[in-house]
Design a protein. Structure first.
Ligand code: DGL
Length: 277
């Protein structure tokens, strides 16, 4: 019983290749206001999205060792690329529950559009891994997936280019093939894309002849993570102070500056620590 109580008080670990996972952390904090979180952003090696599967798996192993070494009760892999290629390995090699960001939005999309055609935008590695195709089939075997890589959205989101001519042009370019394939819903399969929702919505409205709902993986992950903690009896007991800590492998100053756009203004620079994995 004593051990159980201790486990419940441990923070939730969140891992991402860099800054983007803060969109997931933002939703997790809203869904789980009582929990403490430790976030690891591998800012020295971001982006993961164009790297080989072997390399992403290797980086994910190092990140998970780091976070488990600091004491966490559950790991949320906020990065779609890592969730796409390394989740099984993490679950086998680490003695801790590991939640990914691919199944929750796939389930949400299939619930919204049963037997529909699900469009997915993600990094090159996420798309080429076929992880969303498998997740959608698991959720509803009648659904089909059409996916496209959308790598330019990552630098656009980090540069804060969220509206205007350039992001609209890029969005239309990436969306056109999915609209041609008549997708019924669009899953944002990358941490950065929620920042571009307004531009994606207006581009979709101008290209598509029907309503195409956008499913942001961060929101569906947060509600499934919250249900998971309740089911496992792992929710943090009431009382006490919930804590928020960040570890980054490079550039803590730019993580704090850009990260505020992703997480919100309460990203405290004193809570950000530079580490080596
Ligand atoms: N975090 C990555 C993802 O969600 C995007 C950035 C990267 O390529 O590392 O796939």
């Amino acid at each position: 019983m004593g051990d159980e109580r201790d486990t419940r008080s441990l923070p939730v670990g969140v891992f991402d290749s860099g800054i983007g996972g803060l969109t997931v952390l933002r939703q997790l904090r809203q869904a789980l206001p009582r929990e403490s979180f430790v976030y690891l952003g591998d800012t020295a090696r971001v982006p993961y999205g164009n790297r080989s599967e072997h390399t992403v798996v290797r980086y994910a192993r190092m990140a998970c060792s780091f976070l488990t070494g600091r004491g966490i009760k559950v790991l949320v892999v906020a990065c779609n690329t890592v969730s796409a290629v390394a989740l099984d390995m993490l679950r086998v090699e680490f003695d801790i529950p590991v939640l990914g960001v691919i199944d929750p939005p796939a389930r949400a999309a299939c619930r919204l559009r049963p037997a529909g055609r699900i469009g997915v935008l993600g990094t090159r590695r996420t798309v080429s891994s076929g992880a969303y195709d498998r997740a959608v089939k698991r959720a509803d075997s009648r659904c089909e997936v059409s996916s496209s890589p959308a790598p330019l959205f990552v630098p656009l989101a980090e540069e804060g280019w969220l509206e205007g001519e350039v992001p609209s042009l890029v969005a239309r370019q990436y969306l056109a093939p999915l609209v041609e394939r008549s997708v019924d819903a669009l899953v944002l399969g990358c941490t950065h894309y929620p920042l571009l929702i307004p531009v994606l919505e207006s581009s979709l409205a101008s290209l598509a002849t029907k309503e195409v709902p956008i499913i942001d993986s961060a929101g569906s992950v947060a509600s499934e993570a919250s249900a998971f903690l309740v089911q496992r009896g792992l929710g943090r007991p009431a009382g006490g102070h919930s804590d928020l800590r960040f570890y980054v492998t490079d550039n803590p100053e730019s993580f704090t500056r850009v990260g505020r756009r992703f997480l919100g203004d309460d990203l405290d620079p004193r809570a950000v620590e530079l580490v080596d994995l």
